[in-house]
Design a protein around this ligand. Structure first.
Ligand SMILES: [Zn+2]
Length: 259
């Protein structure tokens, strides 16, 4: 399973499940959003607008910030890491709201923090939602969706989980099902030591999965949480995995990396 000491997946890994965080999107310019030099640190009033108890007065800031983020993501497109995961056909649990896994072609994506590419109704019981055409501005209409819900008339909002808000139940349930059925659980570009990955990786391990963290700067404590920690660039590791796994197929016993 190892080549030059580094873990690589093999033929025994039929159910690979990824958990991704901001690190996989860092190349798009989105990854620094929450960091010490990120947008929130530069614009403290923007961070204030991320708190659910400031709704609906904070809606203009939400549209400006999340609609703008969606526009950056769509303009940049997926990274090599997103593309490799999609070509592997593996389901993804993500903490990101940038829609880049779907843009890369991933079909099963549990979005734990929602999506900046989608609008929903401010009224929790209302089921309306619509994709954005992200632009610039502080109004829903600037991002291609109506400001008032077509079903109930309440204001619309970006479908992003704010501080003080619950993670979406359907995404959490999907994430837990995926973690339980994985035989290889791979965290990419997420701290690995905070919720939800701190719970999901052990859940996968308790159901028999091998657990791996790929992070160019693994956080303190991650080595006790994962079976393998690969302190390298995911945009090099994942395309390499894809090449190796796509060579498995009939002739895997000849593959020197799959001893
Ligand atoms: Zn509504």
């Amino acid at each position: 399973m190892t080549a030059g000491g580094r873990f690589t997946p093999g033929a025994a890994h039929r159910e690979i499940v990824f958990l991704t965080g901001s690190g996989i999107s860092a190349r798009t310019g989105l990854g620094t959003f929450r960091g010490p030099d990120g947008l929130w640190a530069l614009e403290p009033e923007t961070e204030e607008a991320m708190h659910a108890d400031l709704l609906p007065g904070s809606l203009p800031q939400l549209w400006r910030v999340w609609g703008g983020m969606a526009r950056i993501a769509r303009g940049h497109g997926p990274t090599p890491g997103h593309r490799a995961i999609a070509r592997l056909g593996a389901p993804v649990i993500t903490q990101n709201i940038d829609g880049l896994h779907q843009a890369a072609g991933s079909e099963v994506v549990a979005e734990l923090h929602g999506s900046a590419l989608r609008a929903v109704c401010l009224e929790l019981r209302c089921t309306w939602s619509a994709p954005l055409s992200p632009g610039e501005g502080a109004r829903a209409e600037d991002h291609g969706v109506p400001g008032a819900c077509p079903l109930c008339g309440a204001p619309t909002r970006p479908d992003v989980v704010l501080f003080d808000e619950q993670l979406p139940q359907h995404a959490l349930e999907l994430a837990m099902r995926l973690a339980q059925r994985a035989d290889l659980f791979v965290a990419v570009g997420t701290s690995g030591v905070v919720f939800p990955s701190a719970q999901l990786a052990p859940l996968a391990a308790s159901h028999g999965a091998t657990t791996v963290l790929i992070d160019i700067a693994p956080p303190v404590g991650s080595r006790t949480l994962f079976d393998h920690v690969i302190a390298e660039d995911a945009h090099e590791v994942l395309p390499d995995w894809e090449r190796r796994l796509h060579r498995v197929g009939g002739t895997s016993f000849l593959d020197p990396f799959l001893a």
